[in-house]
Design a protein around this ligand. Structure first.
Ligand code: NAP
Length: 344
């Protein structure tokens, strides 16, 4: 549906079923993926998000059996075998069917490629890779191998996002604003990869907002202006301002900042011809014209794994690159401003 502004509102389906598998790549794809048998899955990378979300979600989900991890760590919250590399984990784990890649984005392509080539279904943490083209290559590879590939956007699974999509569908969008500010020392302690090339800096959380906006509105959004504030001793922005537009010139202002002190602010406001929508708390709460509609705790990762299980059963690819393209384009057309050094 296209509103008067030209912004199309409403959710989209991204699932594309894979083609039949080439004989050479049939390893795990010949193992059973019926509904009664849990999917045998391994995790790569036991960092913050693995421990906070992936492991609890997997161990609580009867559709999965977490059987191993590839990690440099010697400890794991659950009693499973640990291997130093993905290759060693695959070799030592008969019947392994899937992997969840929970590393930083810079190393994800090589791991995903290895897993797909060994016949495993793959779940990618966000952002799905370090570049747009490498993730497109992975999607093509997964389809060629007839395997599931899921580029997850956890914020799209936030409790209020489906209601927000439902409310906005068919309405004409006039303008919008995103404010995504958090204290990097609180949320990303010790994560030096975030400041390296490919680590995205403030776009690591900021891409969560863009994943919601591109679900709420249209993938035909594009970046018209970007200012990137980069600490003089780092390789990625600590703050950014963007202007997004659609073909009709409707604008959405985006302000991202890692220098927030105190409470984080993860809000999206969209003005339409039929009222105002505000998502707060990263998609946890929805307000329509100032009145609260949903207030709920986040349960994003159980929903991601529910979807991944369905994709595995279907051997389907779900890769939406719209949020990553906006970030890439901000880096392409952005004005780079050098700001004071950042020391943790
Ligand atoms: P993290 O705490 O730094 O953990 C990343 C883990 O990846 C490391 O502990 C390490 O696992 C493994 N790894 C492999 N190669 C690495 C390398 N070259 N440099 C650093 N680590 C490497 O990061 P995280 O917060 O879990 O984030 C991982 C991914 O999840 C990122 O893409 C991030 O955007 C996404 N994510 C994070 C959050 C969050 O709240 N933190 C939320 C949603 C999504 P081992 O220690 O096991 O070797």
């Amino acid at each position: 549906m296209t509103g008067r502004s030209g912004l199309r509102a409403g959710p989209r389906s991204e699932i594309v079923a894979g083609a039949p598998p080439p004989v050479a790549n049939r390893m795990a794809s010949t193992t059973t993926t019926d509904h009664a048998t849990p999917i045998r899955i391994g995790i790569v990378g036991l960092g913050k998000i693995s421990r906070d979300q992936h492991i609890p979600s997997l161990t609580a989900d009867p559709q999965f059996q977490l059987v191993a991890a590839a990690t440099s760590s010697r400890t794991c919250p659950v009693d499973i075998p640990l291997y130093p590399t993905l290759g060693e984990m695959i070799a030592a784990t008969p019947g392994l069917q899937a992997v969840a890649l929970c590393t930083p984005p810079q190393v994800r392509y090589a791991l995903a490629r290895e897993a797909l080539d060994r016949g495993l279904h793959v779940l990618l943490e966000k952002p799905p890779g370090a570049t747009v083209a490498e993730v497109e290559e992975l999607a093509a590879r997964a389809r060629d191998h007839h395997l599931a590939l899921f580029a997850t956007w956890h914020s799209r699974e936030a409790p209020a996002v489906p209601q927000a999509c439902e409310w906005i569908a068919g309405k004409a969008v006039r303008r919008g604003a995103v404010i995504w500010k958090e204290d990097v020392r609180k949320w990303h302690p010790g994560q030096s990869w975030i400041w390296q090339p490919g680590g995205l800096g403030v776009f690591d959380p900021g891409i969560n907002a863009l994943s919601i906006v591109t679900k709420l509105l249209s993938r035909r959004l594009f970046v018209t202006r970007a200012v990137l504030h980069v600490p003089s001793n780092q390789h990625a922005p600590i703050a950014a301002e963007l202007e997004l537009a659609d073909g009709a010139g409707t604008s959405i202002d985006v302000a991202l900042d890692f220098r927030q002190s105190g409470e984080e602010q993860w809000d999206i406001r969209i003005d339409t011809d039929a009222g105002q929508l505000v998502l707060r708390g990263g998609g946890a709460q929805l307000e329509i014209d100032g009145a609260p509609v949903v207030a709920s705790a986040l349960h994003e990762y159980p929903r991601l794994y529910e979807r991944f299980a369905a994709l595995v059963r279907l051997r389907a690819v779900d890769v939406d690159l719209a949020p990553l393209k906006l970030v890439a384009d901000a880096f392409l057309i952005g004005r780079w401003l050098t700001v004071e050094p950042f020391e943790e």
